[in-house]
Design a protein. Structure first.
Length: 730
């Protein structure tokens, strides 16, 4: 008889049963590796691995001794065993996706592409957004993913939460509004600050002992009765850490600034007060960042001036005004109010380019021919005088009717803007015309109506000249020393092809064929798709999905390009009243115009990172306020069937965007009684097990509202006709 090979481990026989010792050894090593720093004896391993077979139990200790003898694991004198494999230690940010587990997004320096899964028991009470130090297990877990455990919370991103108080005779809890806070917060009755049952409050975490399931906190602010407009808006402000009032110190500094412009300052600038100038803004705007001047030169060319409020003349470094502006980094526009970056005295007064007032400005002045080619440009500080304040609607009316103030100037500017815009798209810019929703509110904030903002030529006119100024400033500084000078750029990375391919799959389900390839052809394909969907029910859904598949724009000192705009270099120069990075740009620009040397980039990069984070916070808060009003609007809307489009399909339900109101709600699978539905993840659809009826992304459906939850900002729907209308297949 030939001898059996024992490569891959012997199979031991006892009582007729066979134990695969190689597989057992792998299980033991994997368990020990994933419990690095802990020791276990054979009995504990049997229990942890849930080995119930008596023969397999008997094989555990001999297998462990063999592994130790081979140097694969370590053994203590007391017959306790441990891993010898070194785990990896990394830092990252927590994405707490559901109550059972979270993912850690590793810092880029670690070079780990995949997010690391952490089970709830191994989170060490880390919360969503926290920075943590974790141990990565050497082998993948049962989930098939890289797993790990939190060793230390490096920093908490937040310790204050908004929620509804629930009071019982002996204790109270705050149920947080924030969807990614999966723990109610225990509050001693003496720490309620007078809050009553079901009121909205802000609670601050005070303690979270290792063995406690829930954190303990103290109420620090009582917002009021849940559901009231002011209370809900304050809840959103508190949820995102937005300030409720402007501090007195910066206010006092702003109020102390003289109204009159010193004559000496006027003489040091280019005086453009005699050139016809006007502002074009939303009808309810009060902070006018930018103005445009226009005149025809003797050679027949046009001189177009883009004039921007000179905020840095008033806001000096190391002042309280500066510190507060940096901390806020951006104005935030909620549905019913603006939370300004600067005090009102500056934002709506001294800096605002109001009509019939002399103003200090920072300008890009272009000489352009009739083909919209820039013959030359000038950048510097100016003094200007706006002759007219246009609302968008007025300006558009004057162009359409060919009458009214400055109609000839506006018409020529519009023609030039169209040429600039066409050239931009020809070079590969992506045309994202996102749908914006605006609410008409009564004096108590109740939504009376909802309208979709329409972008007309006048909006695009302003946009093109602001883009031209921003690009010109960025290129001017870059070309000064081939990008070696420290500057603040606005960059937008080339999109990830894999994410674009996923988006193309989505688009195909709506009947659109998006061909993804390298280079500028991506822009052409995206623009073709954007043109195809204008006015169609799926427009908003696909625009939002397309934007999500793109890289996020950000501020940085790295001189990279902007994919979406197809600019080699780009910055933000045109809105310093509402954006701190524009103030940074103004300061650096003047520094170089004064022949200053390039400063150390590190402090500027830190400010860029902070500004990008604050920008994201503002966008999230703005979206939350719109969603709140959408939910409230649908709670008050007429009880009827609404046409909608399936905007998302998951194992728990079908997301539907209501075409009329652009509000998104959820039809829960648990509430779909006509059949049992299976989720086909690959094709993003639900399939009825009996009827084989399919509910697919892009289906046109009819729905009715069954429930609205303002706290969680959700709308529950049901199909009005037992499912989707059959879509015509192309």
């Amino acid at each position: 008889m030939g001898r059996k090979s024992d490569r891959g481990g012997k199979k031991g026989k006892q009582g007729g049963k066979v134990v695969d010792t190689a597989q057992l050894a792998r299980k033991i090593m994997s368990f020990l590796d994933n419990h690095f720093g802990q020791e276990f004896n054979a009995k504990q391993i049997i229990k942890k691995l849930e080995i119930r077979d008596s023969v397999a139990k008997g094989a555990v200790e001999p297998t462990m001794h063999k592994l130790a003898a081979a140097g694969s694991i370590s053994k203590s004198p007391r017959n306790y065993f441990a891993s010898i494999k070194e785990p990896e230690f990394i830092e990252g940010e927590v994405d707490y996706v559901n109550p059972r587990f979270a993912f850690i997004k590793p810092d880029p320096k670690h070079g780990i592409e995949e997010d690391i899964m952490i089970k709830e028991a191994d989170l060490k009470h880390a919360l969503d957004g926290d920075r943590v130090r974790i141990m990565v297990y050497p082998t993948k877990g049962s989930s098939g993913r890289i797993e790990g455990k939190v060793l230390e919370i490096v920093s908490r991103v937040r310790d204050e939460f908004v929620g509804r108080v629930e009071i019982s005779p002996r204790y109270a809890f705050v149920v947080p509004d924030f969807k990614k806070m999966h723990h109610d917060i225990f509050v001693h009755r003496g720490d309620l600050k007078g809050a009553e049952h079901n009121q909205k409050v802000v609670v601050k975490l005070s303690e979270w002992r290792e063995d406690d399931k829930n954190p303990t906190g103290k109420v620090i602010r009582v917002l009021g009765k849940a559901g009231e407009h002011e209370v809900e808006i304050h809840s959103i402000m508190a949820e995102f850490g937005l300030p409720f009032e402007y501090p007195s110190g910066p206010e006092e500094e702003a109020n102390a600034i003289p109204e009159a412009i010193p004559q000496q300052e006027i003489q040091s600038r280019r005086d453009m007060r005699d050139v016809p100038t006007f502002t074009i803004d939303p009808v309810d705007a009060k902070d006018f960042d930018d103005a445009i001047s226009y005149q025809v030169l003797p050679n027949g060319n046009y001189e177009i001036g883009v004039h921007i409020a000179d905020v840095t003349y008033y806001v000096k470094p190391k002042t309280q005004l500066e510190k507060e502006a940096f901390d806020r980094a951006t104005s935030v526009y909620l549905v019913d109010r603006t939370i300004p970056m600067l005090p009102e005295r500056l934002s709506n007064g001294l800096c605002s380019l109001r009509p019939n007032e002399d103003k200090l400005t920072f300008s890009c002045v272009f000489e352009m021919d009739e083909n919209a080619d820039v013959v030359k440009h000038w950048i510097g500080r100016t003094v200007t005088h706006s002759n007219r304040r246009f609302a968008y609607e007025e300006g558009q009316e004057n162009i359409d009717n060919q009458s009214g103030d400055f109609y000839q100037e506006l018409t020529i500017l519009n023609d030039l803007a169209k040429k600039l815009r066409k050239r931009r798209f020809d070079k590969g810019a992506v045309n994202f015309e996102t749908v914006e929703v605006k609410f008409k509110l009564d004096e108590k904030g109740k939504p009376l109506g909802l309208m979709v903002k329409e972008r007309k030529d006048i909006h695009k006119l302003i946009e093109e000249f602001m883009l031209l100024a921003n690009r010109t400033v960025a290129e001017f500084i870059y070309n000064k020393d081939k990008g070696k000078d420290t500057f603040v750029y606005r960059i937008h990375d080339f999109p990830d092809l894999q994410r674009l391919e996923t988006f193309a799959t989505f688009a195909k389900k709506f009947g659109h064929d998006l061909k993804i390839s390298e280079g500028a052809k991506i822009s052409k394909a995206l623009n073709q798709l954007m043109d195809e969907i204008v006015g169609k029910p799926e427009q908003n859904v696909l625009e939002q999905l397309a934007i999500r598949s793109m890289a996020k724009a950000k501020y940085t000192t790295e001189a990279k390009g902007h994919f979406g705009l197809a600019f080699a270099h780009y910055t933000h120069f045109t809105s310093p009243i509402r954006r701190y990075p524009d103030m940074m740009v103004h300061r650096l620009l003047q520094h170089y115009l004064d022949n200053g040397k390039s400063p150390d980039p590190d402090p500027w990069e830190e400010k860029c990172v902070h500004s990008s984070e604050r920008e994201k916070r503002a966008a999230d808060a703005e979206r939350a306020s719109i969603k709140y009003k959408q939910v409230e609007y649908m709670s008050l809307a007429e009880e009827k069937d609404y046409d909608g489009i399936v905007s998302g399909v998951t194992e728990w339900g079908v997301y539907v965007e209501i075409t009329e109101t652009k509000c998104e709600g959820l039809v829960r699978v648990a509430d779909m009684n006509d059949d049992y539905y299976d989720f086909d993840e690959k094709n993003m659809r639900l399939i009825g097990s009996k009827t084989k009826k399919m509910i697919t992304l892009g289906d046109k459906v009819s729905v009715r509202v069954v429930n609205t939850d303002i706290d969680r900002r959700t709308i529950d729907l049901e199909f009005a006709d037992n499912g989707p209308k059959q879509r015509k297949r192309r």
